[in-house]
Design a protein around this ligand. Structure first.
Ligand SMILES: Nc1ncnc2c1ncn2[C@@H]1O[C@H](COP(=O)(O)OP(=O)(O)OP(=O)(O)O)[C@@H](O)[C@H]1O
Length: 274
């Protein structure tokens, strides 16, 4: 990034950032450098350097309190009001963590889905169109197209297409979570951050969310916090293991689960949490 480059995002195609990741060339959608987070005096995240490959799913795993959510929430500045975030978050050559970034605009590019489904107390269709209208999209055809496309991508369209005016709160938990995913992708972000998106759901709904994520990675770069190791192994290409605020190991998921290099990771994936 040059000093004079304005810190605003454009809708132009992103420049291509090719970096070395292991031995192959991979396109990096987002990276962090020396990212650390303090809550008051407490350092909850230490010097996290991670690179996220475009159109891949990366899981963040680790015991409760290890800093996964803190890291994830920092990526689109959700920690601004609760903690102090130092270091860089590089996206399209810009530092998302800079005070000059338009956070509202940035979140159009880096969207987030939380653990508990949190649809608005509005109709299904309004849940999708609300943010679009806020961002100035008024054309009825464009709105209708975005509603259908995002609901299809979130694998919910067939279940709700005849009841789009029904209250979102009348949907099941699993459907609500897919609606929230549809709401996030209606803005056509590049990157989707998900904080334990299926932990509050039954196994069937959870499996549907996993299928949805595998579909979505054709178009989105996905970073997901999960406590469910099987889920991490099933859906993700890369896995980062966090322990006490540090990234201990980051590699291809199959390596983390079959041949981890660090003893702490070996213990964690083998279920020895002591
Ligand atoms: N808003 C906050 N204020 C103060 N401390 C916080 C806050 N959020 C998190 N922490 C602390 O920061 C540390 C990391 O928490 P974080 O939620 O990031 O961990 P986690 O790995 O995501 O845990 P979990 O899996 O339980 O969600 C913990 O010690 C936690 O108590």
């Amino acid at each position: 990034m040059t000093e004079n480059k304005p810190l605003v995002f454009s809708d132009e195609m992103p420049e291509r950032y090719i970096m070395e990741m292991n031995t192959d060339k991979h396109e990096i959608a987002l990276s962090t450098k020396d990212l650390e987070v303090y809550y008051g005096e407490k350092r909850a995240l230490k010097n996290a350097d991670l690179k996220f490959e475009r159109f891949k799913i990366t899981s963040l795993i680790g015991a409760s309190g290890s800093g996964k959510s803190t890291f994830l929430r920092s990526l689109n500045r959700m920690n601004d009001t609760v903690g102090t975030v130092n270091g860089q978050i590089i996206y399209r050559g810009l530092d998302v963590n800079s005070s000059k970034i338009d956070v509202y605009e940035m979140r159009k590019h880096i969207g987030m889905v939380f653990q508990r489904p949190n649809p608005f107390a509005k109709s299904i269709v309004e849940n999708i169109t609300f943010a679009l209208k806020q961002h100035g999209i008024r054309d009825k055809n464009v709105l209708a197209e975005r509603v259908e496309t995002s609901l299809r991508q979130a694998a919910l369209w067939d279940e709700v297409k005849d009841n789009l005016d029904k209250s979102a709160l009348s949907l099941s938990g699993g459907q609500q979570q897919r609606l929230v995913i549809a709401r996030a992708i209606a803005l056509q972000p590049d990157i989707l951050l998900l904080d334990e998106p299926s932990s509050a759901l039954d196994p069937i709904s959870s499996a549907k969310i996993e299928d949805t994520l595998l579909e979505l990675k054709q178009k989105y770069t996905i970073i997901i916090v999960t406590h469910n190791m099987q889920q991490a192994a099933r859906v993700s290409d890369y896995t980062a293991f966090f322990h006490m605020g540090e990234v201990i190991e980051y590699d291809l998921t199959r390596k983390i689960f079959t041949r981890p290099k660090v003893q702490r990771t070996i213990d964690y994936v083998n279920g020895n949490f002591g």
